[in-house]
Design a protein around this ligand. Structure first.
Ligand code: MG
Length: 155
């Protein structure tokens, strides 16, 4: 068994769609980044790569590479799944947390779980997505950005 941890932050800006956990969510701002800036999926990728001892998302999908410009992070997650499977690992479970003051993600949570599970060939029960606020404090509390953390277990 191996465990990995992922953490990511992206800035919230005007004029970008908000994509979280592979789901586009109606909101007045979106996350800034080279890809679709799906902070939740980036944390999931980093947890999986970390657990497999394969470095981090920036090493595998460099944000200077035009190939990844505006790419859907679901594709990065699928590719991450292939890389860890290639090294002989199977995912036991994934537990991801979004840190954001708004919007409420409750209505989208189950869809995010399904998207992540589908990208990785897992059953929904192997994936958990939850969310928290920081009670108005800090980067996420002031709405300047969103953060996400994730733990993954491989066997
Ligand atoms: Mg990122």
């Amino acid at each position: 068994m191996r465990v990995g941890y992922g953490y990511d932050v992206h800035r919230l800006v005007d004029g970008r769609p908000l994509v979280l956990g592979g789901v586009t969510i109606p909101f007045d701002k979106g996350l800034k980044g080279h890809s679709d800036a799906d902070v939740l999926l980036h944390a999931v990728c980093d947890a999986l790569l970390g657990a497999a001892g394969l470095g981090d998302i920036g090493m595998h999908f460099p944000d200077k590479d035009p190939k990844y410009k505006n790419i859907a992070s679901t594709r990065l997650l699928e590719e991450t799944g292939r890389k860890i499977a290639h090294d002989g690992y199977k995912i036991v479970n994934i537990d991801a947390t979004l840190v954001a003051e708004a919007p409420k993600i409750g209505p989208y949570r189950q869809e995010m779980v399904s998207v992540i599970a589908k990208c990785l060939g897992l059953e929904n029960r192997q994936v958990n997505v939850k969310a928290t606020t920081t009670e108005g404090l800090g980067i996420t509390g002031r709405g300047e950005g969103m953060a996400a953390t994730c733990v993954a277990c491989l066997e």
